[in-house]
Design a protein around this ligand. Structure first.
Ligand code: ZN
Length: 276
């Protein structure tokens, strides 16, 4: 079993990341698996080196040690050729096409495929790249939520791989990474549940024989019941550290917030496997 911890360096680590780390290292530890670190900096506009340095330092302070991807640091931005190669490979077996529609013109979450047969060049400036998806259910057994069916063509239509500004999309970059790095188990927050069927489909198109396993865990909500953002002052690891809270207490806080432990139970990173 190989799973991954894949933060984006677009902000500082917060309790939501710690909850994810508890599941990632906990499930891997309980199953004799390994954890790969992956810096998901495909968003070149919002990613910053200082956030990456802070993420790595906070992770080390907490005591979560990746088995892979640390030396050298595994960054999406360090290997653009991988995505170009994957796109070329995909285009041999699937219908990859250019699309000039703006988000406004599309007007919904689902793209209706209107550029599919226009024959637009995929390398042109201002043209995004999509791949045609055929109708059909993707079934998977979430390790926590049980059996789930999703129909990608009904949810999102033909999948966006590269946007009109020339950036690889999250969906494409992580799917290529998961396939190429042999990730067997994807452990992430329930906010990404809707992406799973389309990522399984895309992985198949990229040649993956057996899909990864998935586990979607609860998200930590703030006092207003909203998902935590990186801007949330009260839950930032830097702020908690500055207040003198210990790593064990921070892990205990995050574990309690997702219902894994009673409130006020400190837990060292080395012991998170006991929760699973
Ligand atoms: Zn279009």
């Amino acid at each position: 079993m190989l799973t991954r911890f894949a933060p984006s360096p677009t902000g500082y680590l917060h309790l939501g990341h710690v909850a994810n780390a508890i599941y990632v290292w906990g499930v891997a530890g309980a199953r004799g698996g390994r954890v790969r670190l992956r810096i998901e900096d495909h968003d070149r506009i919002r990613s910053r080196p200082e956030f990456e340095r802070a993420l790595l330092e906070d992770l080390e302070w907490l005591g979560f040690v990746p088995h892979e991807g640390l030396d050298p640091i595994d960054r999406q931005s360090d290997r653009p050729g991988i995505y170009e190669d994957a796109l070329r490979q995909l285009a041999r077996t699937a219908h990859v096409y250019g699309c000039t529609c703006s988000r406004k013109e599309i007007g919904s979450e689902r793209y209706d495929g209107r550029c599919r047969d226009r024959g637009l060049p995929i390398a042109a400036a201002g043209t995004s790249i999509r791949v045609r998806l055929e109708p059909g259910i993707e079934h998977f057994d979430d390790l926590r939520l049980g059996p789930i069916d999703q129909e990608p063509t009904a949810q999102c239509g033909d999948l966006l791989l590269k946007d009109r500004d020339g950036h690889w999309t999250y969906q494409f970059a992580v799917t290529v990474d998961d396939v190429q790095q042999g990730i067997t188990t994807v452990i992430r927050g329930a906010d990404l549940l809707a992406s799973t069927g389309r990522q399984i489909r895309l992985a198949k198109l990229l040649g993956r024989a057996a899909p990864a396993q998935y586990l979607h865990h609860p998200l930590i909500a703030n006092a207003h019941g909203e998902k935590l953002s990186k801007a949330a002052r009260d839950t930032g690891i830097r702020e908690l550290r500055a207040q003198g809270v210990s790593p064990e207490e921070v892990i205990g806080l995050a574990a309690a917030a997702v219902g894994l432990l009673p409130a006020g139970t400190p837990l060292p990173a080395a012991d998170v496997r006991r929760l699973f």
